[in-house]
Design a protein around this ligand. Sequence first.
Ligand code: BGC
Length: 425
Amino acid sequence: MGKFPDGFLWGAATAAHQVEGGNRNDWSEWEKQNAERLAREAERKFGHLPNWNDIKIQAQNPANYISSRACDHYNRYEADFDIAKSLGHTAHRFSLEWSRIEPEEGKWDEKEIEHYRKVIHALRARGIEPFVTLWHWTNPVWIRNMGGWENKKTEGFFLRYVEKIIEEFGNEIHFWLVINEPNIYAGMSYVQGDFPPCVRNMWRANRVMQNLVRTNNRAYVLLHEKLGNRIMVGSAHNLISHLPYNKDSLLDKLSSWFLNNVRNFRSFGWARGHQDFIGINYYHLEKIQFVLFGKRRWYFFRTHVNQDNVTDMNWEIYPEGIYNFLLNMKKYKLPIFITENGLADTTDDRREDYIKSHLQWVHKAISEGADVRGYLYWSLLDNFEWDKGFWPRFGLVEVDYKTMERRIRPSAYAYANICKENAVT
Ligand code: BGC
């Protein structure tokens, strides 16, 4: 029986733009302009997936790419938190939507601030500890118009927003996450060009990542200046497992080592000294092959997955990876929270096993000295999966997007047992 330490926190995570509905920000604008194109490109991008026949109607429909009402969580958060409570969750990660709080430069929307106050209170009233993310990838339109995170001025505006949040909610929040996954944002928006503003330029990506991490570090200092040491501030880092495609190939080994360091640890290294805990978002494995002329993504590398062991999004499941990262992180001597871990699985056939197997490895890491203090499954609800739209289904809870009805999946009950027992068998 794998007991977890006393006080271990259990729950799930969401992000504002993916669940709330009704947002007006750089993403909502981009969605309107790009939905037709994304629908047209769907077959080229996803036609090779084993589940293509199941998703193609949705993936080829432009409406799939418009977040619109999303899960209507903005209006239904109380009922959603009732579900989380009934499932034994003791923690919940969500993000504040900057574009709601400051829709125009320097103008605070008091109604939206009250909304988030109610959200925090709704969690507390249910005995659920809030983990608040200050920035999960979306920008107010006025920030986008200034050049977003390429413009150094964004940092100053962001810090002013953080100061406002501290004034409003400083006394109510213990766990703060400043920036969600600077590496993935910079990669998707400025290297691959799949997310707005759809740039493909390594130098610009690097500038964005530097700006994000510097802002993260200054927000860390600001939070502690204003709130002292009673709070805990961290960031959510995405870590992808990399292994050489051919174990005997030196070039594949070097490539996988290189990508592991560039993708996982560069931004992480810059944030050192500016986190009270490490937040880890872990999903999958990529096997790396060195090639002279790769396709558009990486010029010298091709990624491979074992098709027998993938999620609906073709991400290879590799639970042992989480253990390797946790042991690697021990050296920082900081508490660790798993701030995201999950899979897209429409049929719910693999979710229970995915959660259990990852938790077994987390448990092993704890027994070998990793100071892991909580686990937040991604995600509580099916939601808007960015440029893929609504077809990937990550939720413990299924959302019927026509009626907005919620249906608790069998795996959610299996996870609830783990939360309630504080143990994985
Ligand atoms: C992001 C989430 C996203 C999830 C699944 C994470 O990198 O933080 O917003 O939905 O991955 O792709």
